[in-house]
Write a protein that binds this ligand. Structure first.
Ligand code: NAD
Length: 285
């Protein structure tokens, strides 16, 4: 079993920001790295706001809030990213992720675990291009990371069992429920969830229902969020990327064909909450 004291979360976007908040709250020294300093600033502001809200609601003490912030380092310098565990949450692109892991391999020891928060990229393929592939695994959090309990821990062909044990135990320390998954396209949740989004978009594209109606109906039947609101929360680029990767990995089955409706949104830069417009319009974050 590896001892984890310092965690580097790469990417300060929707997921990276939430994951870094979770690890810092659980007592780990947390380095949050992003190439974009605006994203780092946004992440810090969001965390301060979240922690203040928790203090106001009596969920944590003011001291715990301050200690959490003191455990965090925000940086745009790759050389600061030395840790016992890296959790990568950057763009959903294989080449970007392997390039980052290779850069991190050059400055970290062979014992540093490399976990990826990818929603759909095959961990075995990623690991194959990284030095010491036996330390690479998937650690898939859900959005919003501070709230959602599930973490899928994904074992690549190369992953050492101790790495899986360490990540499973860590997820428990973070207050999460870990489920070990096979390295299959979309793992478990994103494989099943494809249909939720794609069928909803088919209904709208075929003129059978409006976006609002689909969301209202599905929420009324018990889903926490309608598919269009959920796609806006996830980010259109991420969700469309996952659809493409899962579809291609499964041999392009017709039933999983990515929707042109979502492709158009990505092309228009209407990525959801993070850009202020997706299927719905939001106040800019
Ligand atoms: N959005 C979701 O609901 C969700 C849920 C689970 C998993 N994921 C996965 O998490 C990952 C991140 O998704 P997101 O929604 O947070 O994306 P995002 O677009 O909100 O943020 C990505 C961040 O990565 C940064 N970045 C890009 N390249 C970088 C690099 N080389 N080094 C450092 N930083 C870099 C960007 O500046 C940006 O801040 C993806 O792999 C995605 O599939 C997303």
């Amino acid at each position: 079993m590896h001892t984890i004291k310092t965690i580097c979360v790469c990417g300060a976007g929707t997921m990276g920001s939430g994951i870094a908040q979770v690890t810092a709250m659980a007592g780990f020294t947390t380095i949050q790295f992003d190439l974009n300093s605006d994203m780092l600033q946004k992440s810090r502001t969001a965390m301060e706001r979240n922690l203040l809200w928790m203090v106001d609601k009596g969920k944590i003490t003011a001291e715990a809030g301050t200690q959490t912030l003191n455990r965090l380092v925000f940086t745009d310098q790759l050389t600061d990213c030395v840790a016992d565990l890296v959790i990568e949450a950057i763009v959903e692109k294989t080449a970007a992720k392997t390039q980052l892991f290779n850069q991190l391999a050059a400055i970290n020891s062979a014992g540093t675990i490399f976990a990826t928060n990818t929603s759909s990229i095959a961990i075995t393929t990623l690991a194959a291009d990284v030095p010491h592939p036996e330390r690479v695994a998937g650690m898939h959090f859900f959005n919003p990371a501070p709230v959602m309990k599930l973490v899928e821990v994904i074992r690549a062909q190369q992953t050492r069992p101790e790495v899986i044990n360490t990540l499973t135990q860590l997820a428990t320390q973070l207050g999460k429920t870990a489920v070990v998954c096979k390295d299959a396209p979309g793992f478990i949740v994103n494989r099943v969830a494809r249909h939720y989004y794609l069928e909803a978009m088919k209904l709208v594209a075929d003129g059978l229902a409006t976006i609002e109606t689909v969301d209202v109906v599905l929420e009324a039947t018990g889903f926490k969020m309608g598919p269009f609101k959920l796609m806006d929360l996830i980010g259109m680029d991420i969700n469309y990327g996952v659809s493409q990767i899962v579809w291609e990995a499964l041999g392009k089955p017709e039933r999983l064909t990515p929707s042109p409706l979502q492709q158009q949104k990505v092309a228009a830069g209407e990525l959801g909450r993070k850009t202020g417009k997706g299927f719905y319009t939001y106040e800019k974050q």
